[in-house]
Design a protein around this ligand. Structure first.
Ligand code: NDP
Ligand code: MG
Length: 387
């Protein structure tokens, strides 16, 4: 039985995780859940799972309402410190971090330092502080289990293969909601257009990142850190069906791929049960005979400038990925609020990358300072030019 802490329980990954836990009652038990402000949904999850003994809300204004409605025997942990308390609960075996943005970074580091298995969905954490996270895991001996579907796929393909045998890793990209739009039409794309993802059902930030391929950019950086690869060993490939999630090419010319339906329940289930594969899947597996054609194509970087910027950022190293992530987050938020045209997201990110100096540091304070600075620079450009 693995006892699970779920940070980001009220989101899209949170929903899929709850489905996986429900499908494996003998192996998985939910003991604590956290969210930002959605106290109604968080408390409902606690009521639905009597094994939950701890809840945390990061947004302190949501705490008061929750305090009056707590199910009996459930403790409420408040603010950012509350998330960190949940991450190191003595009764927890696995901490799944699925918080959008950077608020999951400190709890993730705490969980690793406390030698918990860390099932990591939040890609921002490795993008921001990949070296620090990997060092912390190596020092404590904690396991880092990738939940992001492409990284989970790479992780599965690498089992039993030493790093020296890996030649190249390909992460697949669906191309997002606008992949078939003519280039000149992209400037008119609205949030409603972008949020109609062809294959995946996800939160709005990551769905927008799928349309710009910033999501793939973040994932390439994530893979660089997670698997200790050089930028030249990593590539993105377009694959509209989202059935193959990653391919690992070995030095002898063989390539292994991982396939499953485009639902996050599969990688979540793999990460939570690892190294077991027992039990039945939370959703039906692939019907291979009915798959039909699986298509692959190179990525056109004119259509997806965020991918070109991600490669530049991987080569620059240091805090460059943090700047890329922060500027993109600010630009995506402005786009989703109808304050920035779609095609300017990459422009804001590129301008911010040119203006904020890159440093090579493992100091968390310095990384977070750079993150804030990049957000300020991006916000100033958005405000000055486009509001
Ligand atoms: P959602 O927007 O659907 O959910 C976000 C979750 O994070 C909510 O539970 C939200 O709580 C919580 N949250 C936000 N800010 C804080 C905070 N400061 N403290 C505590 N909790 C907070 O996002 P997704 O589930 O789509 O994505 C979550 C993470 O997983 C992201 O990093 C994303 O990149 C990654 N990921 C997502 C995939 C997907 O398929 N969705 C695939 C691969 C990776 P509240 O409801 O209260 O706001
Ligand atoms: Mg992914």
């Amino acid at each position: 039985m693995k006892r699970i802490v779920l940070l980001g329980a009220t989101g899209s990954i949170g929903d899929s995780t709850l489905r996986v836990i429900a499908a494996h009652p003998e192996q998985l038990r939910l003991v604590a859940v956290a969210a930002n402000s959605n106290s109604d949904k968080l408390l409902q999850i606690a009521r639905d799972h009597p094994s939950v003994r701890h809840v945390a809300l990061c947004d302190e204004t949501a705490d008061a309402a929750a305090r009056d409605n707590l199910p009996p025997g459930v403790a409420l942990h408040a603010g950012p410190a509350g998330l960190r308390e949940l991450a190191v609960l003595p009764e927890a075996d696995v901490v799944l971090v699925a918080i959008v943005g950077t608020a999951g970074l400190l709890p993730a580091l705490d969980a690793l330092a406390a030698r918990k298995d860390l099932a990591l969905a939040s890609k921002e954490i490795l993008v921001l502080a990949g070296d620090l996270v990997m060092d912390t895991a190596a020092r404590s001996g904690a396991r880092l289990l990738p939940v992001d579907s492409e990284h989970n796929a790479v992780f599965q393909c690498l089992q039993g293969h030493p790093p020296a045998h890996v030649c190249r890793v390909h992460l697949t990209a669906s191309g997002g909601a606008l992949r078939d739009w003519p280039l000149e039409r992209l400037r008119h794309a609205t949030p409603a257009d972008v949020l109609k993802h062809p294959n995946w059902s996800m939160g709005p930030k990551i769905t927008t990142d799928s349309a710009t391929l910033a999501n793939k950019g973040l994932e390439l950086i994530e893979a660089q850190k997670l698997f200790g690869l050089k930028p030249s060993q990593l590539a993105a490939v377009l694959h509209p069906q989202s059935v193959v999630h990653a391919l690992v090419e070995f030095t002898d010319g063989s390539t292994l791929a991982q396939l499953c339906p485009p639902s996050m329940t599969f990688p979540i289930q793999h990460a939570l049960l690892h190294p077991e594969r027992s039990g039945s899947p939370a959703l039906p597996p692939l019907d291979v005979a009915r798959l039909g054609t699986l298509a692959f194509a190179p990525v056109d970087e004119t259509r997806y400038p965020m991918l070109r910027l991600a490669r530049e950022v991987m080569n620059a190293g240091g805090t460059a990925p943090a700047i890329y992530n922060a500027a993109n987050e600010a630009a995506v938020a402005a786009f989703l609020a109808d304050k920035l045209p779609f095609h300017r997201i990459a422009e804001i990110t590129e301008t911010t990358l040119r203006e904020v100096p890159v440093t090579h540091t493992r100091s968390l304070d310095e990384i977070l300072e750079t993150d804030l600075r990049a957000r300020r620079v991006a916000a100033a450009h958005i405000a000055a030019n486009y509001v």
